[in-house]
Every structure is written in structure tokens, then in C-alpha cells.
Unconditional design. Structure first.
Length: 225
């Protein structure tokens, strides 16, 4: 099993130890340990959001870095992703707000992007705030996504980008949306932007970049204000 160096994780000592313990279980494929961890971690909506941002997202970013540096296999990366996705599915009924608002978001990954967990977390944050979220998942063909958005006419189209070398696919999609649905608001984010690309997407009309789930939720709440 890959050893996780504590210094590679952000936060205070308690948070870091907690993140490190979860990541080690994730990398070893300890599904039961991971489920026991999250069951003890979550006791209200705030702790659920903290789990998403400080544990699940942080751990997956570390998994991505390890994979990029050939320190873990593709199989280990897939197993870690599958465990986290099963955790998200477990909490879905808890995150859906019973107080609904008349706003709609379409959430998807760019074409050729196979990592959908970040997008699922974003979709869940919208659901926590009462929005109707249409989560389309990974590898959404640009032409079909544009057609779907044209039919649904959501308030926001949220696009996740996990791998930096898919940035041209994201820009292609944005240009298509700007050309065919010029008033469509687009929210972008994802691990890819830790490598750059923010200036590239900010040049386009009606595009907003948010770095994390907390910023995304603030944006959602400003929308409703």
C-alpha cells in the first residue's frame, strides 16, 4: 500500500490525521472501514458538507496526484473512485433539501472526461440548496449536451474538468454554448484548474469559475438572493 505523507494534506493536525486515515483506507480498498468512517463523521448537514470538501474531495485529489506520478495503479485509482461514489450514493437521500426552489442546473463532465465524482458532488450541493439538478455524468458529447441544454434551458450549466489536457474540449464546449445559447450561464470547476486554465475560461461570455464546493455554494446562495 502507498504510504501517505501527512505533509501532503492540508488543514490542522486533527483534520490532517483524519484525512490521512481515510485516504489510507481508500487506497487499500477498505470499503467497510471507509463506510464506518463516514458514518461516524456525519451528524448534520454541516458535517456532511465538510465530509465532501475536506475528506472526499481532498482524498480524491491526492489519489489523482498519486496516479499522475505513477505511484498507484489504474486499478487502485478505479477502486478508490468506486468507494467514494458509493459513499455519495449512500448519502443522496440525506442531501436532497425538502425546501425546493424554482431553479434548475444541468451538471456534466466535458467530452472525453471519464471522472465524474467531482461533478456529482457539485450536483449534490445544488440539491442541498433546493435546486432541481440534472446530473448527466461523465464523457458527455458536446453536441448532445448543447441540444439537451437548449431543451431544458437551465438557470446554470455546471461543467467539471478533472484532467488538464481536456481543457481544449471544455473551451470547445463553451464556444458552442456561447454561439448557440448566448445567454446561458456556465459554471466551471474541477481538479484540472490546479494546473492552470482559469484565465482561459474567464475570457468567455457568461462563464464563472469556482475553486471548491464552498465557493460553489456561496455562488448558489447569491443567485437566490
Amino acid at each position: 500500500m502507498v504510504s501517505v505523507e501527512q505533509k501532503s494534506l492540508d488543514g490542522n493536525d486533527s483534520e490532517t490525521a483524519s484525512q490521512k486515515r481515510f485516504l489510507e483506507m481508500l487506497l487499500s480498498g477498505d470499503r467497510i472501514g471507509c463506510f464506518d468512517f463516514v458514518q461516524n463523521y456525519v451528524h448534520d448537514e454541516d458535517s456532511l458538507k465538510e465530509l465532501y470538501e475536506k475528506v472526499l474531495k481532498t482524498s480524491l485529489y491526492e489519489v489523482g496526484k498519486l496516479w499522475e506520478h505513477n505511484r498507484i495503479t489504474v486499478a487502485t485509482e478505479h477502486l478508490a473512485s468506486a468507494i467514494v461514489e458509493s459513499i455519495l450514493n449512500k448519502f443522496y437521500s440525506d442531501i436532497v433539501s425538502r425546501k425546493r426552489v424554482e431553479n434548475t442546473v444541468v451538471v456534466a463532465c466535458v467530452e472525453n472526461e471519464l471522472h465524474q465524482i467531482g461533478a456529482k458532488m457539485v450536483s449534490d450541493v445544488f440539491e442541498m440548496n433546493g435546486w432541481n439538478s440534472f446530473f448527466l455524468g461523465a464523457n458527455m458529447p458536446a453536441v448532445e449536451l448543447v441540444e439537451y441544454v437548449r431543451n431544458i434551458r437551465p438557470d446554470i450549466l455546471a461543467i467539471s474538468l478533472s484532467l488538464y489536457f481536456h481543457l481544449p474540449d471544455l473551451e470547445k464546449l463553451i464556444r458552442m454554448i456561447n454561439r448557440e445559447i448566448p445567454d446561458q450561464r456556465i459554471l466551471v470547476g474541477g481538479q484540472a484548474f490546479t494546473h492552470g486554465g482559469i484565465d482561459a475560461v474567464n475570457q468567455y461570455q457568461n462563464v464563472v469559475y469556482k475553486a471548491d464546493l464552498s465557493e460553489t455554494e456561496s455562488y448558489i446562495r447569491q443567485w437566490a438572493a
